[in-house]
Design a protein around this ligand. Structure first.
Ligand SMILES: Cc1cc2nc3c(=O)[nH]c(=O)nc-3n(C[C@H](O)[C@H](O)[C@H](O)COP(=O)(O)OP(=O)(O)OC[C@H]3O[C@@H](n4cnc5c(N)ncnc54)[C@H](O)[C@@H]3O)c2cc1C
Length: 329
């Protein structure tokens, strides 16, 4: 690891101005929990000249719920806190469960919402520094290589998947992130547009600018009758990255589904909405057969790689079970 300068930011403005002094050759990066950043620095994937510690900024660790405005999470709120915060548990079950099932208790105690959304892919080709030094380009090499955990949809240009599992729930809830730039200027970007297909040649897989800070995550207030569920399917129950994860948000009128959002993570470069399946559900009464049809529609069009076709039936089963679990919540 090369040596670097460490600065404790005093405010959002201070952090933004320090980040703005970076360049492509002399990058300046933010550090929240440091769980991903330090891994990347140790692996030689990132070599910043300055690290801006944003944990010293006050006011970015709040959780607020308002019946009109919805939920606001400061970017420094940890995953552990999201998983047990009463308003999140009560009204945004899929997010609370996604946070609770990410990583390990130790990681969740340090990892922040902002850093989680900005973490880089877990693709082993991406994280292998010698591959980077060789000027690696993932697509052709991974397509023929160890692609067990890679994308089964939209995998023509990249086969890597976004690592964040809370992002799957956030996409299903229609959440947005607040980005703050120079002069305190903020912009609100839907999480579905914030995340970009991972790219080894870029320094981020999001639309954040080098001189912006992710300051808040916002979720609209749920309509009456909203229910949700989340499931992360790994190879084992203890901490592990998922084979796939699914978040379902249903707005129910008695037993009839009025609106449906199904988001699927770790199966496409960014969390993918199962639009066909959602259409099938709307206006109908949910039963086992309808859930089965929706799950079949959700995996329609999958284009698995040489070693990950096993993900397709697993995803289908998880969509079916999560839709049923959301309606029963
Ligand atoms: C064993 C293990 C298992 C894991 N399993 C999961 C899992 O199942 N699901 C999952 O989602 N994750 C998982 N993770 C990853 C972990 O959750 C992330 O590394 C963590 O959430 C990153 O958050 P952080 O606050 O530590 O970010 P940092 O490491 O501090 O930052 C990550 C990136 O975001 C940038 N950044 C951070 N905050 C901001 C901000 N506010 N504004 C602008 N830029 C910012 C940093 O510059 C850096 O590039 C796992 C990790 C480990 C070690």
């Amino acid at each position: 690891m090369q040596s670097f300068e460490w600065v404790d930011a005093e405010s959002v403005e201070h952090a933004v101005s320090l980040l703005g002094e970076g360049s492509e050759r002399q990058p300046v990066v933010a550090k929240a929990g440091g769980m991903d950043l330090l891994d990347l620095m140790k692996n030689g994937v990132m070599a910043p000249r300055r690290v801006v510690n944003i944990k010293t900024i006050k006011g970015l660790d709040g959780v607020r719920f308002d019946a009109k405005q919805g939920l606001e999470l400061g970017s420094l709120v940890t995953l552990a806190r999201v998983s047990r915060e009463p308003e999140v548990r009560k009204r945004f079950v899929a997010l609370a469960d996604a946070a609770e099932h990410a990583a390990t208790p130790q990681v969740r105690n340090a990892a922040t919402m902002g850093g989680n959304l900005l973490q880089r892919p877990r693709c082993w080709y991406f994280r292998y520094d010698h591959f980077h030094q060789a000027g690696g380009d993932d697509v052709e090499r991974v397509r023929e290589g160890q692609n067990q955990y890679h994308a089964i949809f939209d995998n023509q240009r990249t086969v890597m998947v976004h690592a964040s599992t809370p992002a799957t729930a956030l996409v299903a809830y229609g959440a947005s992130v607040e980005l703050t730039g120079p002069g305190g200027k903020t912009r609100l970007v839907p999480v579905s547009e914030f995340l970009l297909p991972p790219d080894m040649k870029r320094s981020t897989d999001t639309v954040i600018a080098p001189n912006e800070l992710l300051t808040r995550v916002r979720i609209p207030a749920p309509a009456a009758g909203t229910k949700s569920a989340y499931h992360k399917q790994g190879e084992r129950e203890s901490y592990d990255w998922p084979i796939c994860d699914v978040a379902v948000v249903l707005q129910m009128d008695g037993k009839v589904i009025r609106q449906a959002a199904i988001a699927m993570g770790w199966v496409a470069p960014t969390p993918r909405r199962a639009a066909e399946a959602e259409k099938l559900l709307v206006g109908k009464t949910l039963n086992e057969e309808l859930a089965r049809q929706a799950a079949k529609a959700a995996v329609n069009g999958a284009t698995p790689l040489s070693k990950n076709a096993y993900k397709v039936p697993i995803l289908e089963a998880i969509v079916r079970r999560t839709v049923l679990a959301a309606a029963a919540a």
